[in-house]
Design a protein around this ligand. Structure first.
Ligand SMILES: Cc1cc2nc3c(=O)[nH]c(=O)nc-3n(C[C@H](O)[C@H](O)[C@H](O)COP(=O)(O)OP(=O)(O)OC[C@H]3O[C@@H](n4cnc5c(N)ncnc54)[C@H](O)[C@@H]3O)c2cc1C
Length: 454
């Protein structure tokens, strides 16, 4: 059956839902297609359910810190299945309610894998969707990890669904997903090991603060092996043996579960992009400044599946989608075509405690030959952190010597995930360190520590 639309939207994550809803609101006829449950990664298998787990893990850490001091909670008896059930309260209703919400807005919904038949036609099961414009928001999926025994790996999707917590887990990868999950698992009583093939963990965050966090994590029982490449997984009866190579030596770890957290790739293989003359590479769909396919002006892409060069995060997907909404139905050379405003993108790994970054890194400053003041300090013994019960904290703030403008801010410690937003504002609006220091913040809050950092 063939149906006609102004716009076909592929995917239902943050990018796709923004585009579909806003264009439908303009009175255009929109179809939306999803191959899994409606809702996308962030809401169902990413940011939101993950934050339920990291918030719980932080609670366990804080109770552990104060147990015997002024509370008598027994933290060794945590209820993992209760936590996963609680997490479901945030996710289970989404597929049904989001599909219903599209339909109430006049958007036609299709279940199945979308693929291009030609430049303006999408097939989904038995349906053919003919449309003037197409938006691709198909997100990302775990990168293939081709090692013998790779079939034993579970992904972040399955980690978030585990009804029982294995006693021993190995996380392959040293990025934010591996570190966050290892902290959660460890605080709930699992022996967690990280195998990171790179020399450092948490690429994209300040290396000094990441090392401080790494030492703290190791002291709390997480085994972090850097420069350690997973070679194979052997599935024995009740356990797995992960073979790895580190310093030219072979090692083995026995465990009950192995999690693939070693990077994600754009989810574009099923789309038959070549049928619509849409160019792509290993980073995703090739897009221009306006989020438009470089080879087909009727096709736009945003979020994790677009090769935009920006970090793969939900606020970035939303911002790119906002631009797509503006550009979709403009003329090819219209002066009103807009580009994403993504000059300042804060990022956080929700480890316990969190680590955060915004603006330039110390490395980028070195390469730029700018003269900077570097305010780097271990603040683990500051009262705010002691009161909170998590004494692992520090900052590195980079201030331009000539202009006094803040160029980069790197935070570790309780509240870093919120406080980083203040620095994002300061950098975006070119505030000087003196201006930020002159602002009064509520005391005693983590934000009030900002003045001491400058
Ligand atoms: C474990 C985890 C934790 C994360 N934590 C954070 C965080 O704390 N903060 C943050 O900002 N970001 C986080 N992210 C990243 C964030 O989830 C993504 O950047 C965001 O979801 C990207 O949105 P999107 O719209 O591009 O795609 P997605 O949300 O991935 O949605 C894409 C949708 O397209 C569907 N699809 C794919 N191919 C087809 C097809 N051919 N036909 C039909 N449908 C298709 C998929 O099933 C999916 O539902 C996390 C990701 C993971 C995996």
């Amino acid at each position: 059956m063939t149906k006609q639309y102004d716009l076909a939207v592929i995917g239902t994550g943050p990018a796709a839902s923004t585009v579909a809803e806003k264009i439908a609101k303009q009175g255009k006829k929109v179809a939306i297609i999803e191959q899994r449950e409606f809702g996308g990664t962030c809401a169902l298998r990413g940011c939101n359910p993950k934050k339920v787990l990291t918030t719980a893990a932080e609670l366990v850490a804080r109770m552990g810190a104060f147990s015997g001091k002024y509370i008598s909670a027994e933290t060794s008896d945590n209820n993992w299945s209760g936590l996963i059930k609680f997490k479901s309260e945030f996710t289970d209703h989404i597929p049904k309610s989001s599909r219903k919400s599209y339909e109430e807005k006049g958007i036609d919904t299709f279940s199945g894998t979308a693929r291009f038949l030609d430049s303006n036609t999408i097939a989904c099961g038995q349906s053919e969707i003919q449309c003037k414009k197409i938006f691709v928001g198909t997100g990302a999926r775990p990168a293939p990890l081709k090692i013998p025994g790779g079939q034993h790996l579970i992904t972040s999707d399955q980690f978030l669904e585990m009804s029982t917590l294995p006693k021993r887990m190995v996380f392959i990868g040293g990025g934010f997903i591996a570190m966050e999950f290892a902290h959660v698992a460890a605080l709930f009583g699992c022996k967690a090991t990280i195998l990171q093939d790179q020399p450092h963990i948490l690429d994209g965050f300040d290396p000094d603060l990441a090392s401080q966090l790494m030492r703290w994590s190791i002291d709390r029982g997480i085994d972090i092996k850097t420069g350690a490449r997973a070679k194979s997984i052997d599935g024995k009866q009740e356990e797995f043996i992960v073979e790895f190579e580190q310093d030219n030596k072979t090692g083995h770890i026995q465990c009950d579960q192995v999690v693939h957290a070693a990077g994600r790739v754009p989810n574009i293989d099923d789309l038959n992009l070549e049928k619509a003359n849409v160019d792509s590479n290993e980073k995703g769909i090739a897009v221009d400044l306006f989020m438009r396919s470089t080879t087909n002006p009727d096709v736009f892409a945003a979020g994790d599946c677009a090769a935009s060069g920006r970090p793969k995060l939900t606020p970035v997907a939303n911002e790119e989608a906002r631009v797509v909404v503006n550009n979709l139905f403009l003329d090819e050379y219209s002066e009103q075509l807009a580009s994403p405003d993504a000059s300042v993108i804060p990022s956080v790994a929700f480890t316990i405690p969190p680590i955060a970054a915004v603006g330039m890194s110390a490395n980028e400053i070195d390469e730029s030959n700018k003269q900077v003041e570097v305010h780097h300090q271990d603040t683990s013994d500051w009262n705010s952190n002691k009161k909170y019960g998590i004494q692992c904290a520090g900052h590195k703030i980079l201030i331009d010597t000539d202009s006094n403008r803040i160029l980069g801010a790197h935070l570790l410690g309780p509240g870093a995930d919120e406080t980083i937003n203040l620095f994002a504002l300061a950098i975006k609006f070119s505030l000087t360190a003196s201006q930020l220091k002159s602002s009064l913040f509520v005391f005693p809050t983590f934000a009030s520590d900002v003045r001491k950092m400058l």
